[in-house]
Design a protein around this ligand. Structure first.
Ligand code: CA
Ligand code: CA
Length: 287
């Protein structure tokens, strides 16, 4: 893709991407291209104000839900499909639930005063219909759903930074010859309710929607592929995956995606996997 869009400081170069905004909030969407001969138009059912320089301003709808937009570059017609999710405010949680879906309670005090641990502003309402939405080219909204029981609608938190990071990692694996169309997920978002139930630490990045426990599964058998070439899927493949990401973390482009990285050995319940998150500061461990 030869152009990018930016919304509230998050930039995407992908032909399909999702952003998360609050009801009624004033939003600026900006399209960039290096070529001064090209211009943009926006296709949207929302009332948007076109400003100079490939910029549009609009008020997010009051009603939570999915509002698609398409940015078209002229004259070549290149398109970028944007899925705008208007969030259900966290303040709508009653007795730890949204409808029948358990959310639990976010800690009121952020960890060590770090604002990335403030409670999220809102959650995405996930339905059987919108679960297949591509939040980026190789990842769908449904892949990030919490594993807890419960019927639709379900809710999740997803920070744009996570699919951006996963796209970059997947691209690097493919370039290195480890082919896969997406990652397999052990865990994406976790509600604070579920996170407490599995006795995880209360400040897990999973509950803030920027962590994923993943494996590379190009052959589609539901387990990490044999990355280290020893003939089977095992702990060495988790280590391989972790070391692969560790090497990338030395590169300058990785800096905005720095965060947690940990590898986990296989057990009776799951194969080897690796935790990645976007907490902004380096953290490393082995599980
Ligand atoms: Ca596999
Ligand atoms: Ca192996």
């Amino acid at each position: 893709m030869s152009f990018s869009v930016q919304l509230e400081g998050v930039e995407s170069i992908y032909r399909e991407f999702a952003f998360y905004i609050m009801p009624g909030e004033s939003v600026d969407l900006v399209a960039h291209t290096a070529d001064p001969e090209k211009s943009f138009r926006l296709q949207s059912a929302l009332v948007t104000e076109a400003l100079a320089g490939g910029r549009w301003r609009f008020a997010a709808p009051a009603l939570p839900g999915l509002y698609p937009m398409t940015v078209v570059r002229e004259p070549d017609g290149e398109r970028m499909v944007l899925h705008l999710f208007v969030l259900t405010p966290l303040s709508a949680v009653r007795d730890g639930k949204l409808g029948d879906y358990r959310i639990g309670e976010y800690p009121e005090v952020p960890l060590r005063g770090n604002p990335i641990y403030l409670p999220p502003r809102g959650l995405v309402e996930v339905t059987p219909v919108n679960a297949s939405t591509h939040v980026s080219p190789h990842f769908t909204l449904g892949q990030f759903l919490c594993k807890q029981e419960g019927s639709f609608p379900k809710y999740l938190v997803l920070r744009e930074q996570l699919p951006l990071k996963l796209e970059l990692l997947l691209e690097q694996f493919n370039e290195a010859g480890h082919r896969a169309d997406t990652f397999g997920f052990i865990s994406g978002y976790r509600t604070p309710y579920y996170n407490a139930r599995i006795e995880n630490v209360p400040y897990s990045r999973h509950t803030w929607g920027d962590a994923a426990d993943i494996y590379l599964d190009g052959d589609g058998d539901g387990r990490m592929d044999d990355l280290d070439g020893d003939g089977s899927s095992g702990a060495g493949d988790g280590t391989f995956f972790r070391n692969f990401v560790e090497a990338l973390s030395e590169k300058a482009w990785y800096r905005p995606f720095e965060g947690g990285l940990g590898d986990y050995k296989p057990n009776a319940a799951h194969g080897p996997f690796v935790h990645v998150d976007c907490r902004g500061i380096r953290a490393r461990w082995s599980g």
